[in-house]
Design a protein around this ligand. Structure first.
Ligand code: RM4
Ligand code: MN
Ligand code: MN
Length: 426
């Protein structure tokens, strides 16, 4: 690990006086009960890092690598370990198979544990053909007209579950690129039925304490129809599959201007929200840093999450799967991920600040202006000193990106791995 705990302590000491000033001012404003309540929740809240987003991402036009990328799963785990040491909020990693096959599950699990990491949802991949693969997914996987292709895709998902079991993971995320690119290409009902049957076989292979997340996406790589295209379709599959099946919401997978907070609210009401892929976008599946384009939307989503989870007495930290799904074309992937985690936790903290009793009163009396004030007051309160205080108490860095830069950690990674090291993934 290119970062030692004494370096974090030293850095925090240098910045503590400035931090205290800001934190104490805020704590006085909020009152000690609210301050401590939010701090406790922030310390517990962990967001899983995707193993496929530790290297530089690309578009179909090109890829501009930054150097020092993790060359194998062990190095990816080391990178997530580094993030977690810096912020104590990234204590889990989510693996994509076959990009990251854990050949020795026990050893990989132990390595992760040495960094304080656990394994979040496992991700299958039937959207690409692999070099040694017998049949092609060009025309879909679980929806395919050929039963042999469907079986190959089902078997792959079951393999992914087995890898996950060895690592202590408890969930499988299935994202299918299945769909069609031209009108007339696909029989929608038959494609749905075949996909459902495939998912049912995968569901039957789930261990008793596992969940399956059905992730939807409006378009791309198919551009006319998608077989799990929106939350309604995902909800339909999840409902037909049974109690271990849930919908997964990836923020970039909607048509423009979709009201994601309303989707989240209703899925929670129906006990069918399973997890999240955080990112931000201006157009489609842009996979940009969480909170970088629409921070108010992120806050409104968390506002519904907190409200809906509390209505069901759920544990914020453990009852849903919290993951980032992003791609970094122009930024250092590790800095980008630190920024995403910060933005997610900030939105969460702001949602925890909303006065829910007053909000319900405003709604009941149709006081629209008051309802807006309540939400925007929370959103416009600068809670960053609270996040910093949570990190300080958890032995993380007061400013993770600041320390990462001060210690030139990217250069250390380049020295160790080389400038041309390339990670598997997006
Ligand atoms: C998809 C989707 C999946 C992710 C792949 C790499 O667009 O978001 O969750 O695993 O990309
Ligand atoms: Mn996703
Ligand atoms: Mn995506």
């Amino acid at each position: 690990m290119p970062l030692e705990s004494y370096q974090i302590a030293q850095y925090n000491q240098q910045h503590e006086v400035a931090h205290r000033r800001k934190f104490e001012f805020l704590a006085e404003e909020l009152g000690s009960e609210t301050t401590e309540r939010i701090l406790g929740k922030l310390i517990d809240f962990q967001i899983a890092i995707p193993s496929w987003a530790l290297g530089t991402g690309g578009t179909r036009f090109g890829r501009f690598a930054g150097g020092g990328e993790p060359r194998n799963l062990e190095e990816k785990i080391a990178d997530v370990g580094l993030l977690h040491a810096l912020n104590r909020s990234s204590g889990a990693i989510s693996l994509h198979i076959p990009w990251d096959i854990p050949t020795d599950g026990e050893a990989i699990k132990q390595l992760a544990a040495s960094y304080g990491l656990v394994f979040d949802a496992m991700n299958s991949n039937t959207f690409q053909d692999q070099p040694n693969q017998e049949l092609s997914y060009k025309f879909g996987s679980l929806q395919h007209t050929d039963a042999a292709v469907r079986k190959q895709a089902i078997d792959h998902n079951i393999d992914v579950i087995r890898y996950g079991e060895a690592l202590g993971s408890k969930s499988l995320t299935v994202w299918l690129s299945d769909g069609s690119s031209f009108p007339g290409q696909l029989n929608f009902r038959k494609a749905f039925q075949r996909t459902l049957e495939g998912l049912q076989e995968i569901y039957a292979a789930l261990p008793a304490d596992w969940k399956i997340f059905v992730e939807y996406k409006a378009f791309e790589p198919n551009f006319y129809s998608t077989t799990v295209g929106d939350w309604g379709q995902s909800f339909l599959y999840a409902s037909k599959l049974g109690p271990k099946a849930y919908t997964l919401v990836d923020l970039g997978h909607h048509l423009p201007n979709a009201n994601i907070e309303q989707i989240v609210s209703l899925l929670l009401m129906e006990e069918k929200l399973g997890g999240f892929h955080f990112n931000d976008s201006k157009y489609g599946d842009d996979d940009l840093t969480a909170g970088s384009i629409k921070p108010y939307q992120l806050f409104l989503i968390f506002n519904e999450l907190v409200d809906g989870m509390d209505a069901r007495g759920m544990n914020h930290a453990s009852d849903l799967g919290w993951m980032i799904d992003a791609s970094h074309n122009v930024k250092d992937p590790l800095e980008d991920l630190l920024q995403s985690v910060e933005a997610i936790k900030l939105a969460y903290a702001q949602a925890l600040l909303v006065d829910r009793v007053a909000l319900e009163e405003a709604r009941t009396s149709n006081d629209v202006a008051a309802a807006q004030e309540l939400l925007q007051n929370a959103f416009r309160t600068d809670l960053r000193p609270l996040l910093a205080e949570a990190r300080l108490r958890a032995d993380a860095a007061l400013n993770p990106v600041g320390l990462y830069r001060e210690l030139s950690l990217r250069n250390k990674l380049i020295e160790a791995r080389g400038l041309k090291a390339v990670a598997t993934g997006l």
